[in-house]
Ligand binder design. Structure first.
Ligand code: GUN
Ligand code: ZN
Length: 435
């Protein structure tokens, strides 16, 4: 029997917190962009939000045939959005001791080799999606491997769960083991076939995915650009300016380009729906270029700290008008949890002398991520008409949290404590389109 993909009329009662827009960085007074109902109701019909408000106002208006689910002492937030992650790296998370280029050679490439086997790919895809959902992540922008089978396996698993997901096959035709190489032509043809098969099917979207400039020839980058011309609404997903040795290598490989980012720009890869992971070592002109082209940066603090890449300048990149989301970047990232990712983001901004407010952190993990992916008309908050992906958090999930939250005076304080002390343990439920 087919599972129903959406619910009928359902009302969910709990504390509810979401963002209507970017709340900036100030905590007090409470930003107007923050909507919080201490006793709230989220009303969902056939998988879509129809209303969100205080229980006192909404209870009397609930439709007769509506099922009410109550979550006492819990907090509902929108499903979280991970804008950069590698599903094939699930089993190599927490690999010791290396920075980017050695980490790729020693750990990553041998791990990704196994994804020529569709049975292995399927098994890891399921475990990966289990892990995402356990952590309250409902949408992600996901790298596969060079093998088209890896993307079929991922999309099949995501489709069965009705998840909104973006993914693509890695393109790489040089500077990596031969067993992981495609060519400009096969990379193009395989990507095209996957776009035709998966892009726009249900909640799935395709991302043209050149791994990073060092592993693609100029011919291959041009082919990636050709795909974006042929399919203007697909995504482009890659890495840029993550590590200093990597940046120096790109300068040698592409001497005619003004900068690393410019390599992509010259090949037509920067546009709305381009997702550029890391963006740590960008200059002024690069940041302007990101803003002007509508490309988004994915801030991956656990990864940037774990493999020693550097400190992303969140405030400066945002001040340039660049769209920014957060990514876990598993397996260079050290956690699947966007709460833990926000925790590390806070510390990165501390080291830069700035304060990242809890509302801004929640924004980056939800509506800001959605905006960076041009999906804010569908997900990211509880505005009417959005797809009802949401997470039920238990703020007292651990003994320490149970003690600490008793001393919280405001929702801002509670949210901050949840981000600092919480992870998958505080995620009580993850609901996809209300189910
Ligand atoms: N740059 C090129 N490939 C990768 C990867 O798999 N992870 C990270 N973090 N950076 C990369
Ligand atoms: Zn990555």
């Amino acid at each position: 029997m087919n599972q129903p993909k959406t619910s009928g009329k359902k009302a969910f009662r709990a504390a509810i917190l979401h963002l209507l827009d970017d709340p900036g960085y100030e905590l007090s007074p409470m930003p107007a962009e923050v909507e919080y109902f201490e006793d709230g109701i989220l009303l969902v019909e056939d998988g879509y939000v129809t209303a969100c408000g205080s229980a006192s106002e909404m209870l009397e208006k609930l439709p007769d045939d509506c099922e009410l689910q109550v979550f006492p002492d819990q907090l509902i937030i929108p499903g979280m959005i991970d804008t950069h992650i590698h599903y094939p790296q699930t089993d190599m998370i927490a690999a010791y001791g290396e920075q980017l280029l050695q980490w790729l050679e020693i750990y990553t490439f041998p791990t990704e080799k196994q994804f020529s086997d569709p049975i292995h790919a399927r098994e890891v895809a399921e475990a990966f999606l289990d892990e995402l959902m356990r952590n309250g992540t409902t949408t992600a922008c996901v790298f596969g491997t060079v093998h088209p089978e890896s993307v079929d396996a991922f999309f099949e698993a995501a489709e069965a769960r009705n998840l909104r997901m973006i993914a693509g096959k890695v393109m790489m035709d040089r500077n990596c083991p031969e067993y992981l190489q495609d060519t400009p032509e096969t990379g193009y043809q395989q990507s095209k076939a996957l776009i035709e098969k998966w892009h726009g099917r249900g909640r799935l979207s395709y991302a043209v995915t050149p791994r990073f400039a060092p592993t693609s020839s100029p011919e291959q980058l041009s082919k990636a650009g050709q795909l974006l011309e042929e399919y203007p609404d697909v995504y482009l997903h890659t890495h840029v300016a993550e590590n200093r040795d990597e940046v120096a290598w790109v300068r040698e490989l592409f001497p005619a380009s003004r900068s690393y980012l410019d390599v992509y720009h010259q090949h037509g890869l920067l546009k709305p729906r381009s997702v550029m992971a890391h963006c740590i070592h960008l200059d002024e002109a690069d940041k302007q270029c990101m803003a002007e082209t509508g490309a988004a940066a994915s801030f991956c603090p656990t990864s940037n700290l774990f493999i020693g890449s550097g400190l992303f300048d969140l405030m400066d990149v945002k001040a340039h008008g660049v769209r920014v989301g957060m990514g876990t970047d598993v397996g260079a990232g050290s956690s699947f949890s966007l709460l833990q990712t926000a925790n590390e983001a806070y510390k990165v901004t501390q080291l830069r002398g700035n304060k990242l407010s809890p509302f801004q952190m929640l924004y980056l993990a939800t509506l800001g991520g959605a905006k960076s992916l041009y999906l804010d008309d569908r997900i990211g908050n509880f505005a009417p008409g959005k797809e009802a992906d949401f997470v039920v958090l238990n703020p007292a999930a651990t003994p320490l949290l149970a003690r600490r939250i008793q001393h919280c005076q405001t929702i801002a304080e509670l949210l901050f404590v949840l981000i600092m002390l919480g992870d998958d343990r505080v995620v009580a439920q993850t609901r996809i389109m209300g189910l």
